[in-house]
Design a protein around this ligand. Structure first.
Ligand code: HEC
Ligand code: HEC
Ligand code: HEC
Ligand code: HEC
Ligand code: HEC
Length: 233
């Protein structure tokens, strides 16, 4: 089909028409490719808020080699694994530190209000999403947050739509590792992604569900399907 279609399509046009299309089509394809590349390296596809302190994962993870858990100390236990302000002070303790924007962190770490980091990823409150429960079952940070170690300013890497959740629940194997490896951004699964993930899935008996109530928790004690499908605005 793929090879026959364009020929049949071109057959409808005059010779000059065909030459024009022959020139325009590659140019169009090239522009699409270039656009895709520019949007890949430049501004990312989803939400990227401005943060109160210009914290960079590319610097702290990519260059300094810190593990996610060094700052996100509660990823294995919490639904809000926000970075610990105290962790910053292990390196940035000196008051003469020459980064003016860093003031908010120093204030937080000396008993002031916590740094008001803007939320990047968010699922609606009426969805059951248990963050830690994914991490301890071997779903990699990368599967849901992308190559964080390359992000200067943190952005939302995936759509977080219902289809996105369900696609992985249907076929989680390519995203699974042993839980001790979930934070490794450069992880190369021995024997290939799928075969390796399949093995982990069997070992840990991982079996996510896609029934509506798995993610849509009934509100106010209601149990009808309608109550699940009409989220509060
Ligand atoms: C040096 C400390 C530090 C390390 C190490 C670190 N982070 Fe962060 N992370 C932060 C801070 C601070 C924020 C909030 C500001 C921002 O978005 O950059 C954050 C925000 C995030 C967010 C966005 C949270 C939201 O609101 O949705 C994600 C996702 C994230 N980090 C993932 C990771 C992953 C994955 C790793 C390991 C590969 C990692 N972080 C390592 C400090 C750190
Ligand atoms: C393990 C040590 C370490 C920890 C922990 C750490 N940093 Fe850093 N940070 C560094 C180094 C090294 C630099 C680069 C300093 C330089 O270029 O002079 C840096 C630079 C920065 C900068 C300046 C970036 C720039 O572009 O100039 C900011 C802002 C910053 N860190 C914020 C944080 C925050 C917020 C935390 C806690 C969530 C944190 N750091 C935790 C080591 C650390
Ligand atoms: C299955 C997908 C998934 C995995 C795996 C995952 N995350 Fe998340 N993460 C999310 C979603 C979705 C949110 C937004 C949650 C919400 O709104 O309640 C989030 C929120 C966060 C936040 C913001 C917490 C806050 O303060 O509100 C941080 C930080 C974070 N993740 C870091 C990590 C790190 C580090 C890892 C790996 C150890 C990881 N995540 C693994 C999907 C995931
Ligand atoms: C990249 C893969 C992946 C993505 C994306 C993902 N999940 Fe999961 N989810 C899993 C795996 C693996 C489990 C663990 C199943 C098990 O323990 O057998 C799980 C478990 C769950 C559970 C059950 C938790 C518990 O307490 O047992 C819920 C609820 C859930 N996911 C909701 C969501 C929602 C909502 C989203 C989208 C916002 C989402 N998941 C996105 C892979 C994923
Ligand atoms: C794996 C988790 C998961 C499962 C299972 C799931 N949903 Fe969802 N659903 C979501 C998430 C996450 C959203 C919100 C997406 C967003 O914010 O764009 C959503 C949104 C919706 C919405 C749109 C609500 C609105 O007004 O925005 C409807 C309708 C819906 N789900 C129906 C269903 C039905 C019916 C089922 C069972 C067949 C189901 N869902 C199963 C995760 C799930």
């Amino acid at each position: 089909m793929r090879r026959i279609l364009p020929v049949a399509f071109l057959g409808k046009f005059s010779f000059r028409g065909r030459v024009l299309i022959g020139a325009a089509l590659p140019a169009y394809v090239l522009s699409v490719v270039l656009f895709a590349q520019s949007s890949d390296s430049g501004s990312p596809g989803y939400y990227q808020p401005k943060q109160p302190v210009p914290h960079s994962h590319a610097l702290h993870v990519g260059e300094q080699g810190l593990d996610c858990r060094y700052c996100h100390t509660t990823v294995d236990t919490s639904d809000r694994p926000r970075a610990s302000d105290a962790a910053c002070l292990k390196c940035h303790q000196s008051a003469s530190d020459d980064i003016p924007e860093f003031a908010a962190v120093r204030v937080a770490a000396t008993g002031g209000p916590a740094v008001n980091w803007e939320k990047v990823n968010e699922v609606p409150a009426w969805i059951t999403f248990n963050h830690a429960r994914h991490v301890v079952r071997g779903v990699s940070c990368q599967a849901c947050h992308g190559r964080v170690d390359r992000m200067e300013a943190t952005y939302q890497a995936e759509s977080l739509s219902m289809d996105w959740c369900m696609d992985c629940h249907r076929d989680p194997s390519p995203h699974l590792r042993r839980p001790e490896d979930v934070t490794r951004m450069d992880f190369k699964p021995p024997g290939g992604i799928r075969a390796y993930g399949h093995k982990v899935r069997n070992e840990l008996a991982i079996n996510p569900d896609n029934g509506c109530v798995y993610c849509h928790r009934p509100r106010n004690g209601a149990t009808t399907l309608d109550s699940l499908l009409e989220p509060k605005k």
